[in-house]
Design a protein around this ligand. Structure first.
Ligand SMILES: NC(=O)C1=CN([C@@H]2O[C@H](COP(=O)(O)OP(=O)(O)OC[C@H]3O[C@@H](n4cnc5c(N)ncnc54)[C@H](O)[C@@H]3O)[C@@H](O)[C@H]2O)[C@@H](O)CC1
Ligand SMILES: Nc1ncnc2c1ncn2[C@@H]1O[C@H](COP(=O)(O)OP(=O)(O)O)[C@@H](O)[C@H]1O
Ligand SMILES: [K+]
Length: 517
């Protein structure tokens, strides 16, 4: 599914209407009806008291269709038109006329005061926000500003049409005033701002509804941003052949751990085993082997000379190194070394390398080598690690995360996994895939180490690297979702729980989508 900017959505609408010939009035009717179908379960016809706030543009036009449809179904609805009637034009005007001709009435905001509106809204159970959509330009003007301030004080459910009014569709501008919705029903394509913070916090729960825009119209914009969903995972997870043997599922090397971080290599290796890797070898500082090995019975080990409890050199000749199909480096390495072995890896190993955590810290010194590297490189930074790597403040990265990660991935020819809520995977070609699973229970030390092991496992088993990376991220988030929907508190999920629950997560996805297997 494509994720679009406001401008791209307008291009899609334009193509649908002008080139394909689907009438704008019909699209608006579809939009309003799709919205209503998706919210009916939230409203009890006997008790719901609904207000619809209608703006000047097509978002307001959707509001007229929604109001008519709810009234036809017998709901109690008060409708408020915010701009002067004469300003309503085009398709929205058409639906305003249809609304009136069906015998329904609205109140014009021109004729009342903000206090009158607020008094009325205080008695409502639901406010439908159809004031402003993707056509917002610049800072919010009156009277929307004062109305939105008041609506945000209400205790009822606020449901936004397409996106919360006042919120820029692309999410990277300053947000001054915008509706804080309990729920947003987005029309056809999710907008970029829905996956950017703090913009996403205004959306509440997000539902995406189909309004009948043909696929061809969406293809025209050549968008490079997509959602990666459970269905994508189910279609692309590796299937084991009956004739396969352990060598068919990859020999992975994990370079991790230090005297003060002995848990990280354990988590990474266990996660890698759980996701089907054929063979997993851990390269560790020689001093921690006993601690780590006592908790890992499936892995093999390679001992590295250490200084102050951290790996000092890999002690791997080319022949030994090239026995592996892929390498993950970084979890728990520590930062008190010169990281020269990262440079060696980038030079000498031409198969996929995943670099995480402290490996990224060292990588900053070797970016020129990274740019020249022929083999595939996958970087998995969280915001802080990425901000450090590119020398920018975290806030700037957060606000422009799609753009900055794309610039980096294309410049250095890497797969960049920018972690956090809605982790974004950018390919070396600049395509971006947004993860849709996971929850804040993952915001805990160790969950990134688990992800690194999962990425290593799947990239050795799947030809398409983007699918392998996105699938690992989805399953990692899905494990956290599974736990909190099965009696775990979000506070209590631990990184090792993600690994332990993985068999059930994989089974549930495979059972639900057996048609794809
Ligand atoms: N045919 C289409 O284009 C369709 C559009 N749809 C709806 O139409 C919306 C987009 O419609 P529009 O392009 O008319 O945009 P809006 O409905 O967002 O309205 C834009 C208008 O709002 C006012 N405005 C803009 N910035 C403002 C600000 N900062 N402060 C106060 N007022 C401001 C201006 O008068 C501007 O013309 C979508 O979000 C969606 O809800 C749906 O009906 C589906 C079909
Ligand atoms: N609020 C959140 N919602 C969803 N996922 C999250 C959230 N916070 C963190 N995560 C996920 O948890 C993982 C944390 O990784 P990282 O910060 O590297 O942890 P660590 O280094 O402690 O192991 C990432 O996959 C990230 O996407
Ligand atoms: K809206």
């Amino acid at each position: 599914m494509n994720v679009v900017t406001g401008e791209e959505m307008h291009q899609i609408d334009r193509y649908t209407i002008e080139e394909i010939g689907l009438k704008a009035e019909l699209l608006m009717e579809n939009a309003g009806l799709a919205f209503v179908s998706s919210i009916l379960h939230l409203m009890n016809k006997k008790t719901a008291k609904i207000a619809v706030l209608i703006g000047v543009g097509n978002n307001g036009g959707d509001g007229f269709v929604i109001s008519r449809s709810l009234l036809e179904k017998g709901y109690q609805v008060d409708v408020w038109l915010i701009p002067p009637v004469k300003k309503v034009k085009g398709t929205a005007r058409y639906h305003m006329e249809v609304f009136k001709k069906c015998g329904y009435e609205f109140t014009s905001y021109e004729a009342i005061t903000c206090e009158d509106l607020v008094r009325n809204l205080k008695g409502k159970t639901h406010v439908i926000d159809a004031m402003l959509g993707t056509g917002l330009v610049g800072p919010l003007r009156q009277p929307y500003k004062e109305i939105i301030e008041q609506v945000n004080q209400l205790e009822c459910q606020i449901i936004s049409v397409d996106l919360p009014s006042g919120l820029p569709a692309n999410g990277n501008s300053c947000i001054t005033d915008a509706i804080k919705a309990s729920r947003t029903i987005t029309l056809q394509c999710p907008k970029l701002g829905a996956y950017t913070f703090p913009s996403r916090e205004y959306y509440g729960d997000l539902t995406i509804v189909d309004i009948g825009i043909p696929k061809l119209a969406i293809k025209q914009i050549d968008s490079e941003r997509f959602l990666w969903t459970e269905e994508n995972v189910a279609c692309s997870l590796p299937v084991r052949k009956p004739s396969s043997h352990k060598g068919s599922h990859g020999k992975g090397l994990i370079i991790a751990g230090s005297r003060t971080m002995t848990g990280a290599p354990i988590l990474t290796a266990k996660a890698c085993h759980r996701l089907g890797a054929g063979l997993v070898t851990l390269a560790l500082p020689d001093t921690i082997i006993n601690t780590v090995a006592s908790q890992l019975i499936e892995s093999t080990f390679h001992l590295c000379p250490s200084v102050n409890g951290e790996i000092n050199s890999l002690n791997l000749d080319d022949e030994l190194m090239n026995r592996f199909d892929a390498i993950a480096v970084g979890p728990g390495l520590g930062r008190n070394n010169n990281g020269e072995f990262i440079e060696t890896l980038l030079h000498d190993f031409d198969k996929p390398i995943v670099i995480d955590a402290d490996g990224l810290f060292y990588l900053k010194d070797f970016l020129t080598i990274l740019a020249k590297r022929k083999g595939t490189t996958i970087l998995t930074p969280h915001l802080g690690e990425f901000a450090y790597l590119i020398n920018e403040p975290i806030a700037k990265v957060e606000k422009n995360r799609f753009q900055v990660s794309r610039d980096f991935a294309v410049k250095y020819g890497v797969y960049l996994v920018l972690k956090g809520p809605y982790t974004v995977v950018t390919t070396p070609g600049g395509q971006q895939f947004i993860n849709t699973s996971g929850n804040p229970s993952l915001a805990k030390g160790g969950s990134g180490d688990v992800l690194t092991g999962m990425v290593l496992a799947l990239l050795m088993q799947q030809k398409d690297l983007q699918s392998a990376i996105s699938n690992s991220i989805f399953l990692h988030g899905m494990a956290a979702d599974y736990l909190i929907s099965h009696e775990y508190s979000p506070l209590s999920v631990m990184a090792s729980d993600l690994i332990n629950i993985m068999p059930k997560v994989l089974n549930s996805i495979q059972n639900r989508y057996h048609k794809y297997r």
